[in-house]
Write a protein that binds this ligand. Structure first.
Ligand code: NDP
Ligand code: OXD
Length: 310
């Protein structure tokens, strides 16, 4: 009945421990570096654990990822095999991502980056944009987050297309499935949103070939993972005009290094991995519920498939 908690900062680790202790008074909850008896640990609750962090825990029943993605858990080369990984998802995470995607899709749709540049130069230019139904927005990934974002954009009135591995039906959204339909999905897309998990198949998917299939002057929003994007290809596509602007929330290395060219690029908006950050007061309720359900039933709805990578 013991849980080890590990986040990159000790303050955040302590915050999560406190929240979980309040909700699970019958459990012993320790920061990972203060565990008195590793054999008593049956669950670990982690965000970006260090390599080998789980090795001492020989009786783990499950690893809880403090987020929707599990790539940060799978990155541990010494991860014990066959320990189930539980994702932390929920209406809060989905709501936050919907807000972020609405904000940035509308910004690109209404040419706000250009309007702000015009303001800085005291230029009065009444840019006319098409109405939303004439703007094709493509969502890569139609899972928990992508499907909700696609549906919300369709409700605003955009012409929304979505792409996933298996076929989906989403009201108001034209869906494509599988590698063979990727090009058709991209054709004519003007705002491309990436909400894919990071796996061997999706690594580097935001590359020159992908950009070249989009409508000239398209925008790209990456709120998934940094390694989805080939950074150099984006810079070149921005220089050529194939891509007009980008919003990036995630990066190969986080925090983004101070001298990275993205910071100062006039047509890139950088946000510091805040599209949908789970906080301890909300997230701990989901984590506690998932651990209790897993303890009672041996399963939970948000179980990831480590072999698939998400
Ligand atoms: P889900 O696992 O619910 O959905 C993933 C979607 O991607 C599914 O529709 C899946 O298809 C599709 N997919 C996976 N691989 C492929 C592929 N090779 N080709 C086509 N489609 C594919 O994930 P979530 O929606 O919960 O989260 C998505 C990602 O968003 C997370 O993995 C994480 O990296 C990122 N994220 C970023 C946050 C931020 O703050 N920036 C916050 C939260 C998450 P299918 O349905 O057919 O399986
Ligand atoms: C997540 C994230 O995966 O915040 O949940 O990136």
């Amino acid at each position: 009945m013991s849980i080890a908690v590990s986040l990159p900062s000790s303050d955040k680790t302590e915050w999560w421990c406190q929240m979980l202790r309040d909700l699970m008074p019958d459990w012993n909850i320790y920061p990972i570096d203060k565990v008195p008896d590793p054999d008593a640990i049956t669950y670990s609750v982690v965000w970006r654990p260090s390599t080998g962090a789980m090795t001492p825990f020989r009786n783990l029943k499950a690893i809880v990822s403090l987020g929707a993605g599990i790539d940060h858990v799978l990155a541990d080369e010494k991860l014990p095999e066959d320990v189930p990984i539980i994702r932390t998802v929920g209406t809060d995470l989905t709501q936050r991502m919907k807000e972020y995607i609405a904000l940035h899709v509308l910004r690109h749709h209404r040419e706000l980056p250009q309007i702000q540049a015009n303001q800085a130069a005291h230029v009065w230019d009444q840019i006319i944009v098409p109405p939303a139904p004439e703007r094709r927005v493509g969502i890569m990934g139609l899972g928990n987050l992508g499907a909700a974002a696609a549906q919300m954009l369709a409700q605003i009135g955009f012409n929304v297309v979505g792409w996933s591995r298996s076929p989906k039906t989403i009201t108001g959204v034209t869906t494509y499935a599988g590698d063979a339909s990727f090009g058709t999905f991209l054709d004519g897309t003007e705002i491309l949103v990436c909400l894919l998990p990071l796996t061997d198949s999706t690594l580097g998917i935001l590359n020159a070939d992908t950009f070249n299939r989009l409508k000239r002057g398209a925008s790209v929003i990456n709120a998934a993972r940094g390694p989805h994007l080939v950074d150099r290809d984006l810079i070149e596509a921005l220089s050529s005009g194939q891509i007009a602007a980008a919003t990036l929330d995630v990066f190969h290395v986080e925090p983004l290094s101070k001298d990275h060219p993205f910071w100062g690029h006039p047509r890139i908006t950088v946000t510091p991995h805040v599209a949908s950050m789970i906080d301890a007061p909300t997230g701990s309720k989901i984590v506690a519920k998932n651990i209790r359900t897993f303890e009672e039933t041996g399963s939970v709805a948000d179980l990831a498939d480590a072999k698939r990578g998400y």
